[in-house]
Write a protein that binds this ligand. Structure first.
Ligand code: G1P
Length: 295
């Protein structure tokens, strides 16, 4: 049983400057909710209520978002805004969330290391805080189902176009069953020529606690960052590691185009906004490319 999740809320968000200068990318709203709330809701919908977030300087608003805000609650109560009041209360009641501070941003592996005390010896889920996976079955639940069947570690995968492999951790493996692979290797951000496949690590993992010992053995890369993928490579020799092609749509919110697409796709699914948004999109596509502003 996976009972705990770790969500690193780390990284500078340099691909989204200047918006990310003072607002963490994890707090960027997709429709009416910050990105990080979707990630927490995915963990909760997967059956996990014990969540540890690794946060770093400049990310305090994430902590505040999940805290209670009694003044705001009183105000909404006073004004009779019941629906908003429930929404606000629901956020702080979603899960038991604890926070650990990463004092220096030394990479994803370094952030995960900080979860060791909280996790102890249990397997746990790891969800990257800047990635939303829009799916029918919560992505973490999909991995937990593979874990229940096969054990070991399970890594969520996405098939990416060949020219994008150098942005991701890429796996080598052989197919066990539909959508499930037994991994033989993982390479962090390979060149197109060195990529063993086009199956990318998609920001969702189920890991055993052995990962912490492996992280201790990783030498930081040229940028001084400890890569989680390097620790997974070490772990690969000790425990079976499975890859699972996630069903759903992955949005990397640190990427501007993905951010726009996420807002559109969630907007199209929204009960009230879906229809007018669809009409607007039809209207836009019917016009000449350069005529959007009526010029
Ligand atoms: C991290 C991981 C990489 C993974 C990616 C998914 O990279 O190191 O293996 O494919 O997340 O988003 P980052 O995006 O932090 O550079």
């Amino acid at each position: 049983m996976i009972k705990k999740a770790v969500i690193p809320v780390a990284g500078f968000g340099t691909r989204f400057l200047p918006a990310s200068k003072a607002i963490p990318k994890e707090m960027f709203p997709v429709l009416d909710k910050p990105t990080i709330q979707y990630v927490v809701e995915e963990a909760v919908a997967s059956g996990i209520r014990d969540i540890l977030m690794i946060i770093s300087r400049g990310k305090r608003s994430v902590e505040e978002h999940f805290d209670r805000n009694p003044e705001l609650e009183r105000l909404l109560e006073h004004k009779g805004q019941q629906q908003e009041l429930e929404q606000i209360r629901q956020i702080s009641g979603l899960a038991n969330i604890e926070f650990v501070w990463q004092k220096e941003m030394n990479g994803l592996g370094d952030a995960v290391k900080l979860a060791r005390n909280h996790i102890g010896e249990e397997p746990f889920a790891l969800l990257l805080g800047d990635t939303i996976i829009q799916s029918r079955i919560p992505a973490t639940r999909q991995l937990m189902d593979v874990y229940a069947k096969h054990g070991g570690c399970v890594i969520g995968l996405e098939a990416v176009p060949q020219d994008k492999v150098s942005r991701y951790g890429i796996i080598k493996g052989h197919r066990l069953e539909d959508g499930v692979y037994l991994l033989e290797d993982l390479i962090e951000k390979p060149t197109v020529d060195n990529a063993p496949s086009n199956l990318a690590i998609a920001g969702r993992y189920v890991l055993t606690a052995e990962i912490f010992k492996c992280l201790e053995r990783v030498t930081p890369d040229q940028k001084g960052e400890t890569q989680l993928t390097h620790a997974l490579q070490i772990l690969l020799g000790k425990t079976p590691m499975h890859g699972m092609l996630l069903e759903g749509y992955r949005h990397d919110i640190g990427n501007k185009l993905d951010f726009l697409k996420a807002n559109l796709l969630f907007g199209l699914e929204h009960p009230e906004l879906g229809r007018p948004l669809r009409e607007f999109l039809h209207e836009l596509t019917a016009r000449a490319d350069d005529d959007w502003l009526g010029g």
